[in-house]
Design a protein around this ligand. Structure first.
Ligand code: THU
Length: 137
């Protein structure tokens, strides 16, 4: 898909819902799935993965972003749907907003229960790569 074309939100939502079936959530029982369009037109997916050491579980958005990097599936996240097992959109948690910012920036689109918003709206004034560059040492 050309980068300036509209993402296929129905397809992203459907892929996200499918990923809730892969979710490993025996502790919370909250299954979460995510699907995102990358800058090279591929779709990457993720699901939450919990752990007996409950605090170290990871969210669907994090497995999605790490999967994109690990598979070399594109440089940027363009648009993402994230849903619970019932198919309803859920808002990305605070940590996920920050994690996604690295790969999506302000312009990344996210479908929420209130409609499609930008990551810049969900995480105003974000700390990002530009705030690190030139400051180390
Ligand atoms: N969860 C996500 O996967 N993404 C979010 O943005 C919010 C929360 C997961 C984490 C945990 O496995 C479950 O939902 C309940 O908090």
């Amino acid at each position: 898909m050309p980068q300036n074309a509209s993402p296929d939100w129905d397809a992203l939502r459907s892929r996200a819902r499918g990923m809730t079936e892969r979710s490993y959530a025996p502790y919370s029982g909250v299954r979460v799935g995510a699907a995102a369009l990358t800058s090279d037109g591929e779709v990457v997916t993720g699901c939450n993965v919990e752990n007996a050491s409950t605090g170290i579980g990871i969210c669907a958005e994090v497995t999605l972003a790490t999967s994109m990097v690990a598979h070399g599936s594109g440089q940027k996240l363009v648009a993402m749907a994230v849903v619970a097992g019932d198919g309803d959109p859920i808002p990305p948690c605070g940590r996920c907003r920050q994690f996604l910012y690295e790969f999506g920036g302000d312009a990344m689109l996210i479908e929420t229960a209130e409609g499609i918003v930008t990551l810049g709206e969900l995480l105003p004034g974000a700390f990002g790569p530009g705030d690190v560059a030139g400051r180390s040492g």
